[in-house]
Design a protein around this ligand. Structure first.
Ligand code: HEM
Length: 152
């Protein structure tokens, strides 16, 4: 199959071949350079699942809890979108931490404009995570938000 694709004999999979097998990349990079695209993939997942979950969420002190129960129990595939969104947020941070560690280890930060645009993106990510905790109506999370706010 691989041989067939590489030699373009059986299928006309030129596009697949050009992007997966013969994709031109610098010789000095390794698999750690995949984490930028993975971060983009995580962002797309968060946006799509976030929009789907918010369609059935009620941001109200009385109805919020029940609306989340409703998402998990009644909405078609709602539970999977909720957990993809909740766990996807943590995964997104893990992926971005590896991405930053790669940039530090291989001295990619020497490209200053690129590095500071990354810092700006990371600031936006932290702000999003902070506001997510603040909109929560769970007592412990609300307290966490209050303490964070006080520490700033
Ligand atoms: C939503 C978050 C982010 C996305 C989607 C993203 C995406 C990407 C992509 C696709 C690349 C090119 C492929 C690669 O080298 O991995 C890249 C490169 C880079 N990113 Fe990010 N990035 C994000 C966050 C950050 C953050 C927070 C920083 C640092 C504070 C950062 C710093 C860099 C640097 C320095 C490079 C150049 C690496 C090199 O070519 O040596 N990025 N990013």
């Amino acid at each position: 199959m691989l041989f067939a694709i590489q030699n373009k004999r059986i299928f006309n999979l030129t596009i697949l071949n050009n992007h997966i097998i013969d994709y031109p990349t610098p010789v000095n990079i390794n698999y750690l350079w995949s984490f930028g695209s993975l971060a983009g993939f995580c962002l797309a997942i968060q946006i799509i699942t976030g929009i789907l979950v918010s369609m059935h969420y009620t941001p109200h002190v009385v109805f919020a809890f029940n609306s989340v129960e409703h998402i998990c129990r009644d909405v078609e595939s709602g539970w999977i979108f909720r957990y993809l969104h909740a766990n996807g947020a943590s995964l997104f941070f893990v992926v971005v931490y590896i991405h930053i560690a790669r940039a530090l280890y291989f001295k990619s930060y020497r490209n200053l404009i690129l590095w500071f645009s990354g810092i700006a993106i990371f600031g936006l990510m932290m702000a999003t995570a902070f506001f997510r905790v603040c909109i929560s109506l769970r007592a412990n999370e609300f307290l966490r938000c209050y303490c964070n706010y006080k520490s700033i």
